[in-house]
Design a binder for this molecule. Structure first.
Ligand code: FE
Length: 230
C-alpha cells in the first residue's frame, strides 16, 4: 500500500467546540465534511481520547468554526496540541455563545456551523459524529485555511491523535552544531540562531544547551520530544 495516496486527500482546518452547562472545550479538526444538503448535515471525525469527544457525547451538540490562513501557530497549537482537560482553551479566546449554547470562535475564524447530533459511527481510534445544522453564519474575512496550507506554508504537522497522522514518517538525519530541532508533537522548529527569547533562551543557544525545564513554546511538549531537523 502506498500511503502517499492518502496524503493527497484535501482537508480544511477547523475548531470543533462542544459542551454544556458552563463546561466547554474546543479542538482542531481537519476531517470535516458536509454530507447532505437537505437537511444540511456535517460530519466530524474526533479521537476517542479527546475531551471534546466526551463533551459531544454528553451534550449531543457540536459547532464547527472555520479557521483562516492568518491564524498563528500559537493559536493552532493551543487548540490542536493541548488538552482541554488541563487547559481552559476558551479563556483567552474571543468567543460568542451560539443558538445551541455552544460557543463558536471569533479569533482567526471567518464563520461557524452549529449542529445537533444525529448519529455516530465507531471507527476504531475515532468516532465520526454527524450533526444536523441548526445555525450557521459568517463572522469575519479571510481565506479558509486548507490542511495543505497549514502543512506547506505554516510548517505544521499532524498530532498523533489526528486521523491523518502517518507513523511511517522518514527518520531524521544526524545532527550538526547549528542543528535545528523539530518538535515531534506540533512541528515547531527550534532554530539556534534565533533561540527562544520569549522563554529566556538567547539567540545563539544550541539545542543541547537549553535547560531541560524548557518546553515547546507552541504545544508545551518536553525537550525530549524534539528531534534533529532533516
Ligand atoms: Fe510542540
Amino acid at each position: 500500500m502506498n500511503r502517499k495516496a492518502l496524503h493527497q486527500i484535501s482537508y480544511g482546518l477547523y475548531i470543533v467546540t462542544s459542551g454544556a452547562d458552563g463546561k466547554f472545550n474546543g479542538q482542531i479538526a481537519n476531517s470535516i465534511v458536509q454530507v447532505t444538503s437537505r437537511p444540511a448535515t456535517v460530519a466530524v471525525c474526533i479521537n476517542k481520547e479527546n475531551y471534546t469527544h466526551e463533551l459531544i457525547r454528553s451534550s449531543r451538540k457540536f459547532t464547527v468554526s472555520i479557521v483562516t490562513e492568518n491564524a498563528p501557530m500559537t493559536f493552532i497549537g493551543l487548540f490542536g496540541f493541548k488538552s482541554g482537560r488541563d487547559t481552559d482553551k476558551l479563556k483567552n479566546t474571543k468567543t460568542q455563545t451560539g443558538a445551541t449554547g455552544v460557543p463558536y470562535i471569533l479569533d482567526y475564524c471567518l464563520g461557524y456551523i452549529e449542529t445537533e447530533l444525529e448519529g455516530e459511527l465507531d471507527c476504531g481510534s475515532h468516532t465520526i459524529f454527524v450533526g444536523k445544522v441548526v445555525e450557521a453564519d459568517l463572522t469575519g474575512d479571510g481565506e479558509p485555511m486548507t490542511y495543505a496550507y497549514y502543512q506547506n506554508v505554516k510548517g505544521g504537522k499532524s498530532p498523533k491523535t489526528a486521523p491523518t497522522f502517518d507513523q511511517d514518517a522518514a527518520p531524521a538525519k544526524p545532527k550538526t552544531s547549528a542543528q535545528r530541532y523539530v518538535c515531534t508533537v506540533c512541528g515547531y522548529v527550534y532554530d539556534p540562531e534565533a533561540g527562544d527569547p520569549d522563554n529566556g533562551i538567547a539567540a545563539g543557544t544550541a539545542f543541547e544547551e537549553i535547560p531541560d525545564t524548557w518546553t515547546c513554546p507552541i504545544c508545551g511538549a518536553e525537550k525530549d520530544k524534539f528531534e534533529p531537523e532533516k
